[in-house]
Design a protein around this ligand. Structure first.
Ligand code: SAM
Length: 257
């Protein structure tokens, strides 16, 4: 898979700056066909050139050709509603310190976004899911990403966790508090459990249940607010589009075996 990037081109006419060619990006999955862009056709013969090559479309516009990376593919996956955004995944990875040796249990799998992002870093991820449509979408996404270290289980996390000595458990399901007793057994001492929920009552019930478990230590609840900025010469200001809510992340840690 390849990415074609055309950078915006500007020209100054009579002291005023104009955009003469708008920025465009194309994600190419079929390398056996020419690519039709708004800036002309890119020949299929150019798609086999090395990453970083500058190639020209039929109308003489320049494109940079890149090999698609994990994140290029990830951003274009089919995502089901309520998929966790990257800003929240970033915090989970940072706060739990997962690495190439980490063993993770995740659920519900949904479209497999969180499981895949974690599997890109960790040794192994097992993800639980109960719905067939989600399983099919996630399997397709995991295949597109070429990940081979995810095990999918069609099973409810409320009924128990098969894995033991787990470094991190990530919960993104309607009643996460039902998993707490299973997580207390399944985590290794020092391991983390996080719960990602869109609404306040879910956070309340989860944290209240955590406090009943002497093996688990409640750490904190965080909401990440991401604000995009517009940079146009000296016109530098926050974008006027509203800041949306995604979810709250509750962090806890196993402190007793
Ligand atoms: C918000 S989605 C998860 C999104 C996922 N984290 C992602 O990144 O794509 C919640 C999922 O939990 C699943 N689910 C609900 N109850 C479950 C249970 N008891 N065990 C496992 N999965 C469950 C749902 O079918 C749904 O796919």
């Amino acid at each position: 898979m390849k990415v074609l990037i055309h950078k915006e081109k500007r020209e100054v006419v009579d002291g005023r700056e104009f955009i003469v060619s708008k920025a465009r990006q194309y994600f190419v999955t079929d390398l056996s066909k020419d690519v039709h862009t708004l800036h002309g056709v890119i020949s299929k013969s150019d798609l086999s050139k090395p990453s970083g090559s500058v190639i020209q479309s039929g109308t003489g516009k320049e494109f940079v050709l890149l090999d698609a990376s994990f994140i290029d593919v990830y951003k274009r996956l089919r995502k089901l509603p309520q998929t966790i955004p990257l800003k929240d995944i970033g915090l989970i990875v940072g706060e739990t310190g997962i690495n190439s040796q980490s063993i993770i249990v995740d659920g519900g799998l949904g479209s497999g976004a969180l499981a895949s992002a974690l599997a890109h870093i960790a040794k192994h991820v097992t993800s639980y899911e109960v719905r067939d449509d989600c399983l099919a979408t996630a399997e397709e996404n995991i295949k597109k990403l070429g990940l081979t270290n995810i095990t999918i289980k069609k099973k409810s996390l409320y009924d128990g966790i098969d894995e033991s000595d787990v470094d991190l458990i990530t919960l993104d399901l309607p009643e996460p508090w039902k998993v707490i007793p299973h997580a207390a057994k399944s985590l290794k001492t020092g391991g983390f459990i996080i719960s990602y929920s869109p609404s306040v009552p879910q956070v309340m019930d989860f944290v209240n249940e955590l406090h009943k478990q002497d093996k688990l230590l409640y750490l904190k609840t965080v909401e990440i607010i991401e604000r995009l900025w517009e940079i146009e010469g000296r016109r530098v200001r926050p974008k006027s589009t509203g800041i949306g809510h995604s979810g709250f992340i509750v962090f806890a840690r196993k402190i007793k075996c």
